[in-house]
Design a protein around this ligand. Structure first.
Ligand code: MN
Length: 493
């Protein structure tokens, strides 16, 4: 069993999942541990929905602690979920703050550190090794199904790492993996993802693509892996950003069964090959028609033709912990959103320095659809630049749908304050800018021709700017009431 007495009393000591959990266990209300037996089939996710998932999971839900299930029915393996399901906790784990997270990620992006390869004896992820044909994924690892309508059991925090068959350049990305047989996984790539481009190249050469799937990781690795183009173009190894966050290289190890490399301090690694010219329907074994809950909060449709991974080996640490995310909610928001914030900050800062003070990729959009920009107008010549910043944000991140602009005196992380700005500094007919007919993200169900005549095909959307900043020439009328500055410590003892 996990020994949470492991000495880890600061975020600087976090090198992997178990040191992260040890650190969280020293902080009140950040890690809930249960010995109660739990079924990985739908029950585990059902529990966490109530404990800590957060919106867009349907109410009742809330932002809460991470949760470690020590007793998973039918398995000798623990499961943890919600490690990054609060912005405050994410900040703690990265030795940052709620407000500074995106800036610290940007700093790491500007000071990347390349990973290093260590020997097997230095790689805890290979303490225990199972090879085909003596392995059965379903017997070894308690992959959860998130709802009873899921296509099957999923690994949702499997970090795939593969290399370009032509250039050797590496990429790491999280992709959902459905267990399809004792040594078979299906993998879903949103079109254009980098490892899918490697897979297509390998397939055109008639070759399988070797991959490692690392699970249970230092949170810095998961966050860095969620950067997307244009910030991290094809050929950019996101692990260099994780190294930048930790200011030391991430350690890789050679896989034992395929020519690939895995995260040396992972809890569990699945090694395998993406098979050329093989496809499978995602819900082939269950016929539910659905995949799993997607980040916008709706149940996603099962994919008709997914590439397959033939597993060659499973390796893990002693007493491994499977890490999972239940789909939508605050954990997805942080994983997708904080890298998005960093990307928007960088692009706007490059084009108009000093004006964009901060960005929040809000939970309502799962970190992708909705961004709140805090903008400072210093003179009348800045009037209108806030809208240019919004347009730049759309350019930085094509899946962004709504941008809310607020002034420097509004707390973008407090939705009450943002809606206050939308109430008292916004007039619908002058403060709203519609940009119809732009491609967005296919998982928003309102982006459909049935919903609006301006939408010609699925995935087209009306991007919208809600400009809740005060027109510069009227700024004197919008001063918030000032209260006396006090020494609060005197009153709180
Ligand atoms: Mn990439």
């Amino acid at each position: 069993m996990l020994d949470l007495q492991t000495h880890c009393i600061s975020a600087k000591d976090v090198v992997d999942l178990r040191s992260a959990l040890a650190y969280l266990s020293t902080i009140p209300n950040q890690l809930l541990t249960t010995e109660e037996p739990v079924d990985p089939h739908a029950e585990l996710a059902g529990v966490y929905k109530l404990v800590g998932a957060g919106i867009p999971v349907a109410p009742p839900t809330r932002i809460g602690p991470a949760m470690l299930f020590k007793n998973v029915k039918g398995y000798d393996m623990q499961v943890v979920t919600g490690v990054l399901a609060s912005r405050e906790r994410t900040a703690l784990l990265l030795n940052s703050s709620v407000e500074r997270l995106a800036f610290d990620l940007l700093e790491a992006l500007n000071h990347p550190i390349a990973p290093v390869v260590v020997s097997q004896s230095q790689a805890p992820c290979q303490e225990v090794i199972y090879r085909t044909p003596d392995l059965d994924i379903s017997k070894l690892i308690p992959a959860p199904t998130n709802t009873v309508r899921d296509a099957g059991p999923y690994f949702n925090l499997g970090l795939l790492r593969a290399e370009d068959p032509e250039t050797g350049e590496a990429d790491v990305t999280i992709h959902r993996l459905c267990v399809q047989g004792p040594d078979l996984l299906s993998v879903y790539f949103v079109p254009g993802r980098h490892i899918d481009q490697f897979r297509i190249k390998a397939e055109q050469l008639g070759r399988p693509l070797p991959v490692s799937i690392s699970m249970g990781l230092d949170p810095a690795i998961y966050l860095a892996a969620c950067f997307e183009p244009p910030t991290t173009p094809l050929g950019f190894d996101e692990l260099t950003v994780a190294g930048g966050i930790r200011q030391r290289p991430i350690e890789l190890v050679d896989c034992v069964s395929v020519p690939a490399k895995a995260i040396a301090r992972a809890e569990i690694v699945i090694e395998g090959e993406i098979l050329p010219h093989e496809r499978l329907r995602e819900d082939i074994h269950t016929n539910t028609g659905f995949a799993m809950p997607e980040f916008p909060g709706y149940l996603g449709k099962a994919q008709l033709e997914l590439p397959l991974i033939r597993v060659k080996a499973i390796t893990h640490r002693h007493n491994p912990i499977l890490q999972t995310i239940i789909g939508p909610g605050e954990e997805h928001t942080n994983l997708a959103g904080i890298p998005t914030e960093a990307s928007i900050l960088r692009l706007v800062e490059n084009s108009m320095p000093g004006r964009l003070l901060n960005v929040y990729a809000h939970s309502a959009g799962g970190g992708k659809y909705l961004a709140i920009l805090q903008f400072k107008k210093s003179s009348i010549r800045d009037e209108g630049r806030q809208r240019q910043a919004a347009l730049t944000a759309f350019a930085a991140f094509s899946e962004l749908k709504h941008v809310i602009l607020v002034d420097e005196d509004v707390n973008i992380f407090d939705t009450n304050d943002v809606l206050w700005a939308m109430t008292t500094r916004y007039q619908g007919d002058r403060s709203t800018i519609f940009i119809p007919g732009v491609r967005c993200h296919p998982l928003d169900p309102s982006q459909s021709p049935e919903f609006s005549p301006s939408i010609t095909t699925e995935g087209i959307s009306c991007k919208t700017i809600f400009d809740c900043t005060v027109p510069y020439h009227l700024r004197d009328k919008f001063k918030r009431a000032e209260f006396m500055e006090v020494d609060l410590a005197r009153f709180l003892g």
